[in-house]
Design a protein around this ligand. Structure first.
Ligand code: GLA
Length: 719
């Protein structure tokens, strides 16, 4: 039986191999788009086509015009930004990549992996291009593997994951930039001749200024529902680079990968350099479709346990900061229980004895319970939480150290810092030398020791509160240019160990807000902290930004005391992702508490639509003084619509909002939910029933002009 299955599998693979290379073309397809490579007589691999599939497969062979080398190396004829630059063992600074062969593996009914081997005719130097195609989701992943058998080591200066070529009349780039507390500001501009670079040189907290996501719109600027574009990202938790080069023929190349800046990499014979994945989707129907493709892909293939459920929680950070004791925490756990959330999350400040963590100046690195604050230790807290019928979670920042810590005193050689220079502190802390295997053991041990001692811990928040400056790795000695790359590799090695032992332990990815959010890290994390800025007005924009790439299930949206908006507005904003609290529950009025308790219940009833449904962004806060979005479940029987009125002008008039993603032939009841106790819906359509066609063509009057007001609607398909 096994043999038969194996033979069948080989046949299917061969069939794919034949199909893939039919007519000297390598076709890599998803449901709606295709990437086609061709091989010239001189064995050069060229990109022939990328875009919407043509109706007739034979037409790809007819494509004329100057085709471009698929993965352009430096040193021979290419005078543009290269994908690859290498100096061979004998000092020759050029590479020539010629096609050797290609093969395709069918991973399952939805996923194929195509490998195209390229080799330098004069050197035992091989670069293999990999393309994984996710058929249903319309997503592709590209990476390279570089290996050589030269006599000595070679040096890689450029080692992109992907190079893609475009020939459009015009190009618009949408990028996401920001800083602490102002993450994911979206900006679109036309590309002009030359090179536009979006990159990071920040190392640990790589995405603080630029996020590793972009849209490239072709020919015309794209909207939510119109326009041709690709949405791209890199799965690398470290320095990244996207270079968009528009040349003299108006052709555009996108070169994506690790940022090679200050990172030349020496490769020993037989050692494989594997680049991270560049992930992209193509859409002919604007950004909304691209986001939905990526959300579906991320839930299934990138985000850890993307199809599972999540915990609602109460965090103590903003209500106590570093100042708490067992009694206070006991009271907060009681509040979590009263509120009805699943879990209580203890934040920073629970550790350090010789140098207690009573502020951000000391204790980081000393992961033992502070005896004064917690005389009975974590075990007591886990038990106390259980008694309150909530789960218990805990904050760590295991890659970092305060100079005022026992860890610093014991292991000064475990820390990244320049010789002969003053230590460059940020938030009073330094970064551990993670490439050092002993440090990796230590960092893994922070999680493992906690979990071994307290298996009842149900959640971890993994923080990272500074980026790299003035770095030198005592462990890497003379190979300092490997630091940025090896740090990230070491981080992944630690994450792998954590996940091998605790595969489903929920862990939040945090970096002083959203300083480290990428598809590479999210393989190991269940959710992320978008920003320390929880003012709901700001959050509408920040969450809007992340929603372009990441599914709502992963976005930890907390209701806090930031911002003067009403509790109702804050709650409605938090509900559009994974809702949580970081609020003094004891300070809520009776009405506020009642509203919040009901909100938690309501959220639990509707969260599956938000978590696993399809997102339709209906009105952008960048275009109007409001934001409206909705989630529709897969069989179009249920939808949740969120409507936020932002700051309005005098006599602001809002038009009807046309819904999307519904079944035109189905009837839906419209019900405003999450109303504040005692208030009534002001929406004239509330309580009525409309066809999907009506809702999508005529729409609803969901918004009123009251600044900073909001509403949530539930739509239910009628039998
Ligand atoms: C970072 C996080 C916050 C909080 C603090 C604790 O800033 O983003 O949520 O955990 O660290 O020091």
């Amino acid at each position: 039986m096994k043999k038969l299955v194996l033979t069948l599998f080989i046949c299917v693979c061969l069939l794919f191999l034949l199909q893939a290379q039919e007519g000297n073309l390598i076709r890599i397809e998803t449901r709606n788009h295709i990437l086609v490579y061709g091989v010239t007589k001189g064995q050069q691999l060229q990109q022939v086509y990328l875009g919407e599939k043509l109706a007739n497969t034979a037409d790809y062979a007819k494509i004329t015009g100057k085709k471009q080398e698929a993965y352009m190396p430096f040193g021979m004829e290419n005078v543009f930004e290269p994908a690859l630059r290498v100096t061979h063992a004998d000092g020759n600074p050029s590479a020539d990549l010629r096609y050797i062969n290609s093969e395709r593996h069918t991973i399952d009914a939805n996923v194929t992996e195509t490998m195209i081997q390229l080799k330098d005719p004069q050197y035992p130097f091989t670069t293999t291009l990999h393309v994984k195609a996710y058929y249903q989701e319309d997503v592709m992943e590209q990476w390279v593997e570089i290996v050589h058998q030269e006599k000595q080591l070679i040096t890689l200066y450029n080692y992109a994951s992907s190079m893609l070529h475009f020939n459009a009349t015009n190009y618009w780039l949408t990028q996401f930039h920001g800083d602490w507390a102002k993450e994911m500001r979206m900006e679109t501009a036309p590309l002009t001749a030359g090179i536009k670079v979006i990159d990071s040189k920040l190392g640990t907290r790589a995405d603080e200024f630029e996020a590793p996501f972009f849209y490239l719109s072709l020919n015309t600027p794209s909207t939510e529902n119109t326009g041709e574009l690709i949405a791209g990202s890199i799965g690398w938790t470290g320095n990244f680079k996207f270079a968009f080069e528009l040349d003299e023929r108006h052709a555009l190349r996108i070169i994506s990968g690790i940022n090679p800046f200050a990172s030349e990499y020496q490769l020993n014979p037989s050692e494989v350099f594997k680049s991270p994945s560049f992930i992209f989707t193509y859409s002919n129907n604007g950004k909304g479709q691209a986001s939905r493709n990526l959300h579906q892909w991320a839930r299934k293939y990138s985000l850890l346990d993307g199809d599972q459920s999540r915990y609602t929680l109460l965090n103590n950070w903003e209500s106590t900061f570093f100042s708490f004791n067992e009694a206070k925490l006991g009271q907060l756990m009681g509040d979590a229980s009263k509120l009805g959330v699943d879990l209580f999350l203890l934040d920073d400040g629970w550790f350090g004895n010789k140098h207690p963590r009573n502020g951000d100046t000391a204790g980081l690195g000393d992961w033992q319970e502070n005896k004064e604050k917690l005389p009975n230790g974590i075990g007591y807290l886990v038990k106390a939480a259980k008694e309150q019928q909530v789960k218990f979670g805990i904050w760590i920042e295991p890659e970092m150290v305060n100079p005022k810590s026992e860890l610093y005193e014991k292991h000064p050689d475990w820390i990244l810092k320049l010789p002969n220079r003053e230590e460059l502190l940020s938030r009073n802390q330094l970064i551990l030398d993670l490439p050092n295997p002993q440090v990796q053991d230590f960092v893994f041990g922070v999680v493992d020791n906690l979990m071994q001692a307290h298996p009842g811990i149900a959640y971890i928040k993994w923080d990272c509160n500074r980026f790299m400056t003035g770095m030198f790795s005592p462990y890497l000695k003379k190979q300092q240019s490997h630091l940025y790359v090896d740090y990230t590799k070491a981080l992944y090695a630690v994450f792998e160990r954590v996940r091998a032992k605790y595969p489903h332990l929920p862990i939040m990815l945090c970096s002083g807000g959203g300083g480290r959010i990428d598809y590479g890290a999210l393989k190991y994390f269940n959710e992320y902290w978008p920003s320390d800025n929880t003012d709901p007005l700001e959050r509408v924009f920040i969450q809007w930004g992340y929603s372009q790439y990441l599914p709502a299930i992963a976005s930890c949206n907390h209701i806090t005391s930031w911002g003067k908006e009403s509790l109702k507005f804050k709650t409605d904003v938090a509900m559009m992702g994974k809702m949580g609290y970081d609020l003094q529950i004891a300070h809520l009025s009776e009405q506020e508490l009642l509203f919040s308790q009901q909100a938690v219940k309501t959220y639990k009833q509707i969260s599956d639509i938000i978590w696993y449904g399809n997102l339709y962004r209906l009105v952008s806060p960048y275009e109007e003084n409001r934001a409206v979005l909705m989630y529709v479940n897969n069989n179009q029987t249920k939808a949740i619509l969120f409507n936020y009125t932002l700051h309005t002008r005098f006599d602001e008039v809002f038009t009807n909002v046309k819904l999307e993603g519904l079944d035109a032939h189905k009837n839906y009841s419209v019900k405003e939910i999450n109303l504040y106790p005692g208030s009534q819906s002001a929406c004239p359509e509330n309580g009525k029933t409309y066809s999907g066609s009506y809702l999508m063509k005529v729409g609803l009057t969901v918004s009123d002009a009251t600044p900073l007001s909001s509403s949530v609607f539930e739509l239910e398909g009628m039998e």
